[in-house]
Design a protein around this ligand. Sequence first.
Ligand SMILES: *[C@@H]1O[C@H](CO)[C@@H](O)[C@H](O)[C@H]1NC(C)=O
Length: 999
Amino acid sequence: MEFWGFSTSIWSIILHLFLLISASSGLGGGQLDKLALLALKAEMNDTLGILSSWNESLPVCKWPGIHCSRKHPRVTVLDLQSRQLKGHLSYHIRNLSFLRVLNLQNNSFSQFIPKEIGSLSKLQVLNLGKNNLIGEIPACFGNLSFLHMLSVEQNKLVGAIPSSIGKLKSLTFLALGTNYLTGTIPSSIYNLSSIKHISVLGNQLHGTLPFGLGLSIFPKLETFHFHMNQFSGEIPITITNATHISEFGILQNNFTGKVPSMARMPNLSSVEMDDNNLGYGADDLGFVSSLVNSTKLELLGFSGNKFQGVLPESISNLSTKLKAIRLGRNQIRGSIPIGIGNLINLGILGLETNLLTGPIPSSIGKLHKLYNLFLNDNQLSGTIPSSLGNLTSLSRLVLSSNKLQGGIPRSLGECNNLLVLVLSQNNLSGFIPPEILSLSSLSQVLDLSSNHFTGPISIEVGRLENLVALDVSENKLSGLIPTCLQSCRRLATLHLEGNFLQGMLPYDSFQSMRGIEYLDLSRNKLSGKINAVEGLPFLHYLNLSFNDFDGAVPTEGVFQNTSAFSIIGNTRVCGGIPSLRLPRCISNESNNSEEESIPKVKIIISIACGGIIVIIVLCIVLIIRSRKALCLLHFHQLRKALVKSTSRSSSLGVSHLKVSYGDLLKATNGFSSQNLIGSGSFGSVYRGILHQEERIVAVKVLNLQSSRESFIAECETLKSMRHRNLVKLLTACASIDFKGNDFKALVYQFMMNGSLEEWLHSSADRLPGAPFVQGYLNLIQRVYIAIDIATALDYMHNFFHKPIVHCDLKPSNILLDNDMNACVGDFGLARYLPNPLHAHESAPSAIMGSIGYTAPEYGMGSPVSTYGDVYSFGILLLELFTGKRPTADMFTDGLNLHNYVLLTLPECVKEIYDPVLLQSKEHSTIINAKMSNRNHIHNDQRQRVEECLVSIARIGVACSVELPKARMKIGAVLSELRLIRDVLTGTKMPRKHMIKPIM
Ligand SMILES: *[C@@H]1O[C@H](CO)[C@@H](O)[C@H](O)[C@H]1NC(C)=O
């Protein structure tokens, strides 16, 4: 009776009388409801046929989903929740004017909410949640003054929350969550003093929480769900007074500052504050202790904030009803209290990515219901307690990136519900217990990488039949790859790299891993043929580098794409796709006679050509030696001719630019010491300004004694080579100075940023005229420089019409332009190789490069070769990243830069990097995961950078091995470096994608 309302309007009274009369006669109002319902039915898409009994055979009040008032046959309840109804909600709904409950929750109504609902003035419950409604929340809802429950959650509603909802004084339940609502919460809503339950989660709302919340605002508050919006500011202190509250959720917003005491919340069952910016310093975990009075607490989440306090002992005294504690990704200090074992109902314990120290208390073994235990990325020490074997419900155990030592307790083999086991990046050692490899429940990840495990991989590994990702890389595992891996048919990712595994790849095992996508076997001692990993249909990453494989590299599948696989550091392989530039496989295996005959012909032709060329070159060398070289004659004639014709001096025809001795004298301020930017045995280099061209140039004046050959070599070489990573020779000048002496100079494009030498080493010994070098090169810059140098070498060795060997690669010969592009300069010692196709070597030469960078075989009279340049490049690369010269005093008694780096691989590589490099700003932002609530991303980045550092060191080492033919090819170097660049700049996924545990 009360909901009929005592309207004062005469119209209302008349209407009521009319309705009473109609009700008693069985006509009118009831008929109106029936017609309205039939109209509603007509516009709904009733897939289950629920509404088929809405017909004449039954009275309206008996129709399914309908309830009528006991006093008269008017429809008061329309409850069609979860009936899989689709279509449109007709405006005929407004005719159900006695409706008190309208529940259409969990259907698929689409389109707009009909404004007519606003005329159902008796409505107390309106639930349109879990549909596909679009448009805005109608402002006319504010007219439904008896409404005590309003839900439109889980629709596709947009726009702001209408402030008219603040007129609904009886409202106790307001659910607007999971829509696309924007703007702030209208202040009128905060005047609704009856509200007990409010949820606006999962919208795009912003603003702050009002002071008074829990006290004067929503004094009866029980559940508060403001998750996943953009709310900010502090949590009002008045929340302390919300003594009825049971659920408080503000997860994923931008709240900051202190969390108020929750000491007076006896009904509290869940507190979720994860992923905000909460926390204010050393004692910001005080609220945890205040929760000890909340004896109904089941869920406590404050992960992903900025809490810095010490983990309070009192966490052990929280409610034993607790099912989940999430406090990972903060900066929480202290150790894990032993009393944690009291919380016997705990299913989730997430303490990951904090600064926790001390041991893992063995009392955790008492938490029999635990299924997720995340303690990774802390500084936990000691051993893994064997009591963890009692946790038979455990499905995810992640202890990676700590300082744990000792072996893996065999008892872990009892955890036979384990899906994920990650113990990587600790100091764990010993054999991998067969019990662990027998855990056939492991179906997602088994990651034991980056520890010190020894011994063979036991045959039990075959029991991991359901496992998708196995990683035992970077350990000290030895022996063969077990054939029983063949049972691991679901493996998609397999990491075995960085161990001492040997022997051949078991063919059947790999062939049965049909789903394998990612396979890394690099840096082992594996040998034999590669065909075991051929033809795997989903393989898109394959790393076989630095093993001892031999034979043909396949060309199909993953082997088609050089960025998807790596074979470097295997010196006995051949074939493959052409861009690998591996030697051709010369064998009888080819069964294609046509293919066979063509290479033979080619070989014969090339041998013949090669022979002729060698003979010609030898002749030339002999002639030059006899100091009657054709070119010299030519040169002298040319000079004489030019001297005659110009009566002053000459330029060689390198470019149109012609300069005289006088021009250069003027340009360099009379070769003044102010302009001197470098000097050496070859002569001196001056900075100068050529006035006729108005350009800055570098003028290299060659010594009279030693420079004739190199002048010719450099002129000849640079004249014909054009590459963006080679210095540009503008012109050359062969003339007689004003005293009548021979004068030879080369004029280069001036390189604004000087030489690499100046960037790498202290500027103390810098010459006065040298460019001003400030700061240092960061990691990315160094990678780019390495790529530039390798590109230049690749061009010279492989793409120039006749291969050229530089013979004097060192940092002082690498010049940097305005944009820090590196160019290789000083071709004074450069040599042509006789045959572009087959010979890597030229005739023996006595010419030496610079101490420290020259390949060792040159000292023993070996001929000049591209291998020699690769050696110099390797040393240069190691110097570039370590900042150590190969000639440093520390390198004595057999220790050289190569060994020095080799000995640190892979774990300690970071130790030998140029300290400047690890301090630099750009790098540290990558490497030292700036603390934020997205730590895992930074960790990922840090790992990525560290992998790159290791790769760079490996390349340097692989280029500078003693045996010339074992050195990496410059083309392979280049593609590796490019890959590193892409990983560092984020344009390619890192090679190793760890599966992140999700709570
Ligand atoms: C609100 O809580 C504070 C702290 O517990 C208390 O001192 C104060 O009396 C409370 N106010 C009211 C009105 O309950």
